[in-house]
Design a protein around this ligand. Structure first.
Ligand code: M6R
Length: 614
């Protein structure tokens, strides 16, 4: 969702802001803008559309003397349509203050009415604009800028990451956070603020994370942080291990393709340090996952959204197969508004690539309040979900820039596989998975070869099928969540209506959709035993209604090959690893089809990478 970049220091301000904004593009946006100082005046340039539209506007009439501090923003519309007026930054009536915001101000309407009565003039339909007028209002009352800022924050209800500059105090940028991500970048005689780490990587790897309720004042040579009661607090910067190259396309046409191909590497990194290569033992104890944390757990809730939710569904099969603990998997947006039965013997597992998804975070807080133990599986170091968890297991996938999640999913599944084996040993002393752990160590190379092998065939299949309007994805057991994930990928990046179904459910309704131009992508693995045979019967039922079948199947599944229009063969593996191998062809298929349809693959319409509002 919205992206923020801010800078104070000696660099040329416009290139820094544009570079930062480009690196936030993946979050999803529909307008963009910047603000800086020009001849001691606030200068805002903003536009509906993409960053190149903003660049065009800037360079049509290049500013003569652009100076820091400055702010940049990419807006994902919530209140008010995407337009030049609604784009951020926003200014006060006197054009002395300028502000960017990520989040939603829930009480904006009543605040706006009050401000209008006092004579403030609004230029946009946004909730954001009330913030800058409120600050102005408190300045009018005689407060100094810092007091006015703190006072304004008290009036706001909702979620926000805010950065504000004031022309009378160009020596600092004011920053505040409540339920929307914000990270500060620490440099030499320069400092930054951004909504996400990739925007900072070209400039610094030293970062400071703000917690909810905290305020930061960024000077060029220091950063002051205050808690909500205005007490000054000390924050130690953290060093980010991601490098700049990992946030760049590196010769690939799209981030999504790069990230699909990076999966073997991401798997390697996620395994690193967690498996003892001599005795094949898995160890999460250094990350805080010790017996005392889990001993009396009687129930597990896994809660997430989108692709991370699908990883959670996979985990249910893994955990219930290896541990005698019941597992419920919930969509975070549902979980948070029902009455889940939680107590101190509940383990809540939040799964999130970004670690900032609003619904997942709210669910985590709800579970915490009810006394559950909180474990999270996150990709982004220092993200809110990670920080609010009792234990966090990081997927070491590196930055995932494409809106469509790929390597985050495979590494989430991998962490769940490790977790199931680890807990089995820890809780029941059962040490029977060494052969599988050994195979896990080799899985990265196997996956690499598999990707290379299937790419031409996937391209061929995509050429034939990219014009379809509807598609079914069918799987059973541990491959059912993969069917859901395949359908989600096709929907979100190729804009094709796709439904994921448990193949056994076909007879209960969806089989009515089968026709000659509605392909069914059927997933079947011999490793699932009897379920493989059952899936074959479901496939026959599709075939006998003239539904074309594209199958993703175990090697030498002759029965399937006979009834399939096209097929991809997957090498035989262990049951637990099936999701990792079966999801990759579906990711590639969605990618190739979207490319042939000319879709904006890395930034699909209407979507945002990090969904920080509910
Ligand atoms: O950052 P999170 O894993 O919490 O994000 C959850 C979903 O928003 C995300 O997986 C989304 O569904 C992706 N666009 C799917 O590709």
């Amino acid at each position: 969702m919205c992206g923020i970049i801010g800078y104070i220091g000696k660099r040329q301000i416009i290139p820094v802001l544009l570079e930062g904004l480009r690196r936030l593009e993946y979050r999803g946006y529909d307008s963009a803008g910047i603000v800086f100082l020009e001849k001691n005046k606030i200068k805002v340039i903003k536009t509906k559309g993409r960053i190149f539209n903003l660049e065009e506007k800037i360079f049509k009439k290049p500013p003569l003397e652009a100076k820091a501090p400055g702010l940049g923003h990419t807006r994902w519309a919530t209140h008010g349509e995407p337009s030049d007026e609604n784009a951020h930054p926003h200014m006060d009536c006197k054009e002395e203050l300028s502000l960017v915001h990520n989040g939603i101000i829930e009480n904006y309407y009543e605040l706006k009415q009050k401000l209008l009565k006092k004579g403030h003039r609004f230029c946009s339909a946004t909730d954001t604009e009330v913030i800058v007028h409120l600050v102005e209002d408190y300045l009018n009352e005689g407060l100094n800028i810092k007091e006015a800022f703190f006072r304004t924050l008290k009036d706001l209800k909702g979620s926000f990451a805010i950065a504000l500059i004031y022309k009378k105090h160009p020596e600092f940028i004011l920053v505040a956070r409540n339920q929307s991500p914000v990270v500060l970048g620490v440099g030499e005689e320069e400092n930054f603020v951004a909504s996400d780490i990739p925007a900072l990587l070209p400039f610094t790897k030293k970062v400071v994370f703000l917690n909810d309720g905290e305020v930061a004042i960024l000077y060029k040579d220091k950063i002051e942080v205050y808690d909500s009661k205005k007490n000054k607090i000390e924050k130690e910067p953290v060093l980010i291990s991601w490098d700049l190259a990992s946030a760049e396309k590196g010769g690939y046409a799209h981030f999504m393709l790069k990230e699909i191909c990076e999966q073997p590497e991401a798997i390697k990194h996620t395994l690193l340090g967690r498996i003892n290569l001599d005795n094949k033992e898995i160890d999460f104890s250094k990350e805080g996952l010790v017996k005392e944390f889990l001993e009396d757990v009687q129930k597990v809730f896994i809660v997430a959204c989108g692709t991370s939710y699908h990883a959670g569904l996979v985990a249910k099969y893994l955990i219930e197969r290896h541990l005698e603990i019941p597992v419920e998997v919930d969509l975070a947006s549902e979980f948070r508004y029902r009455n889940p039965l939680i107590n101190s013997k509940t383990l809540f597992i939040g799964v999130s690539q970004s670690g900032e998804t609003a619904d997942t975070l709210a669910s985590l807080r709800l579970a915490k309040e009810k006394g559950a133990k909180i474990l999270s599986i996150c990709n982004v170091l220092g993200s809110t979900i990670a920080r609010e968890s009792g234990v966090v297991l990081y997927t070491q996938a590196g930055p995932e820039i494409s809106v469509a999640s790929t390597k985050a999913f495979t590494t989430q599944v991998l962490v769940f596989i490790l977790l199931a084996f680890y807990l089995k040993k820890m809780l029941y002393g059962k040490d029977e998975d060494k052969e599988k752990v050994d195979a896990l160590i080799k899985i990265s190379n196997q996956l690499d070869n598999f990707i290379e092998k299937i790419r031409p065939k996937i391209k061929e299949i995509s050429e034939k099928w990219h014009n379809i309007s509807n598609c079914l994805y069918l799987g059973r057991n541990i491959l059912f969540p993969i069917a859901l994930e395949g359908a989600l990928k096709l929907k979100e990046i190729a804009y094709i209506h796709a439904e994921g179904y448990a193949a056994g459910e076909m007879k209960h309704g969806p089989i009515a959709l089968i026709e000659e131009n509605v392909p069914s992508i059927i997933l079947a693995a011999k490793e699932t035993g009897i379920v493989y045979e059952k899936t074959l019967s479901n496939a026959e039922e599709v075939k006998s209604r003239r539904g074309p079948i594209i199958s993703i199947i175990s090697e030498n599944s002759e029965e399937f090959k006979k009834i399939s229009y096209d097929y991809i063969e997957v090498p035989l593996t262990f049951y637990e690893f099936l999701p990792i191998f079966y999801v990759v062809p579906l990711q590639l298929l969605a990618y190739e089809i979207a490319a042939l349809r000319g879709c904006d693959i890395d930034k699909p319409r209407n979507l945002a990478k990090s969904v920080t509002v509910e």
